[in-house]
Write a protein that binds this ligand. Structure first.
Ligand code: DLZ
Ligand code: SF4
Length: 503
């Protein structure tokens, strides 16, 4: 009988054949273990398209490894004896193969890491080459800075990796061009681009049938499933982005438009977060800039990949598990029920939730300034917002979702991800898109029949958190405006906010 040397665990977000987990892989002595487990589809409800994306990407990856002649022990969701969670399936695989060692990359989810270690205390986590900045380097950054904010981290990464640098200075004479990246779609806007789509093949169609059968109550629709589920699809999506969309990405990064779920956003976060795509390939393609994009677009995207994404991961591993419990603004509410259905008369939320239910996706500004903003103004528990985000978006992995939602969008971390809460009234939404034109509310009105709930709750949020936030210099203008409000109007706003919370 041949003995097994290593059992190499590959999770659903580790689908990179060049991963460090495979260094020294010996097809004669090593076995790959991949696990479809019900627990991951159930610990929070999962959007149908998200489920298909993960399972289809995992199965295609299995096939790619098998084509190399590697042994892959693939435990499918409905296999007899599937124990239903990572711990049970891993323990059973260890009993089956009796390997000398169990190894894998560290999972992207603290909870999963604990579960694997509980099942096999001797499991070895191999350092992950996918990211530019490892957890030790990030720890040194945190220790070295009195204010370890994203901007400082981003500049350090630009210097360290010599990206968009002109000697010691940033190309173009500035580190960011955000002022050029805040336009609404005006009359001179280019036509909306076609969406690059990927038709499901037989493997994906089989997964779609399984998801329909096994998860009849999952949220979202499976209609028109067209997501990239292989490394080749992901590479095609990247090429398409840099040639067609990047030239407009910067300028319209914060724009919103009715019926348009994607605009000029790349949708590369899903393939990146499952490691179907390497961030270095993305950086190289963006810097090669085949579409002739202006510097504000190139820099804006580089900031996402080299700055934001790495910073978020660093913060997660640096501060977990305590980070997940943070709730700096003491928000205690639940997610409104309409976040699961889109049944609301607020046009912006109906639109953004509609995009989410249709595509398991909403773009950056809808997530932050519509979906996240309303939850924050309402006072929803930041962790509950994170859980909803994990349920709904095809690109959400715990390491990215938690700092993004609990931290950046809900200010639950008290200032790690952003130096102030991202709050605004309905006027911001009205300025950045056309949703308000189709709404029964008026973004300029805070009380009365036509009051925009965002606007009502915005003023009430400022008043409620005055003690904690009014000393923040970046909120000085907002608080100056609040102080100009008539006490009678403020009392009416408070009453209207209570009514909204009760609704
Ligand atoms: C999201 C997800 C789903 C739905 N299913 C699986 C699965 O069956 N097997 C798996 O390895 N990963 C799955 N994932 C991703 C995990 O929830 C989690 O994000 C990663 O394992 C990272 O820790
Ligand atoms: Fe949203 Fe208010 Fe505009 Fe309606 S008026 S779309 S609720 S911001």
């Amino acid at each position: 009988m041949t003995t097994t040397r290593n059992l190499v665990v590959v999770l659903g977000d580790q689908l990179d054949a060049r991963s460090a987990a495979f260094d020294g892989f010996d097809a004669a002595r090593d076995v790959v273990l991949m696990m479809e487990v019900r627990q991951e589809a159930a610990y929070v409800p999962q959007h149908r398209k998200r489920l298909v994306f993960f399972f289809a990407a995992m199965r295609h990856f299995r096939d790619a490894l098998c084509a190399r002649g590697w042994r892959v022990d693939y435990v499918a969701l409905t296999d007899a004896g599937n124990g239903g969670d990572f711990g049970a399936v891993l323990r059973a695989a260890v009993a089956r193969w009796l390997p000398e060692g169990v190894r894998g990359l560290a999972p992207g989810d603290f909870r999963v890491r604990e579960a694997l270690l509980a099942a096999v205390p001797g499991m070895r986590f191999v350092p992950d080459r996918h990211f530019f900045c490892d957890t030790e380097e990030f720890g040194r950054f945190m220790a070295a800075h009195r204010k370890p904010i994203l901007e400082n981290f981003y500049r350090a990464m630009r210097r360290r990796h010599d990206v968009l640098m002109d000697g010691a200075a940033p190309v173009g004479g500035a580190w960011n061009f955000d002022h050029d990246n805040r336009e609404a779609l005006g009359r001179d806007a280019p036509p909306m681009p076609e969406t690059r789509r990927f038709s499901p093949d037989a493997v994906t169609r089989e997964v779609m049938a399984m998801v329909r059968r096994e998860f009849p109550d999952a949220p979202g629709t499976l209609e028109d499933f067209d997501l990239p589920v292989t490394a080749a699809d992901a590479a095609a999506l990247l090429r398409d982005f840099v040639t067609r969309l990047l030239p407009h990405f910067g300028r319209y990064q914060d724009a919103m438009k009715r019926g348009q779920a994607f605009l000029f956003h790349s949708r590369l976060s899903g393939p990146l977060n499952l490691h179907l795509l390497d961030p270095r390939e993305v950086l190289t393609a963006v810097l090669a800039n085949p579409g002739g994009a202006p510097l504000n677009a190139v820099e804006g995207y580089v900031r996402q990949i080299l700055g934001w994404r790495e910073f978020v991961r660093g913060i997660y591993w640096h501060l977990m598990p305590e980070y997940a419990t943070r709730n700096a603004l003491a928000a205690g509410g639940d997610m409104p029920r309409f976040y699961w259905t889109g049944a609301t008369d607020m046009a912006c939320l109906r639109e953004a939730i509609g995009h989410t239910l249709d595509h398991a996706y909403a773009h950056h500004i809808e997530r932050l300034m519509v979906l996240g903003l309303y939850a924050q103004l309402l006072g929803v528990r930041p962790y509950a917002v994170h859980e909803w985000h994990m349920s709904m978006f095809w690109d959400a992995i715990d390491w990215v979702s938690l700092p993004n939602t609990l931290g950046m969008s809900q200010h639950g971390d008290g200032g790690v991800m952003g130096t102030k809460p991202y709050v605004a009234s309905g006027k911001y939404i009205s300025r950045m898109g056309d949703y308000c034109r189709g709404c029964r509310y008026d973004p300029a009105v805070a009380v009365g029949e036509r009051a925009c709930p965002f606007t009502t709750l915005f003023w009430e949020f400022l008043a409620r958190h005055q003690g904690q936030l009014s000393r923040n210099a970046r909120m000085a203008n907002m608080y100056a405006n609040l102080r100009r409000k008539d006490p009678g109007e403020l009392a009416a706003i408070r009453r209207a906010a209570e009514t909204l919370r009760g609704a």
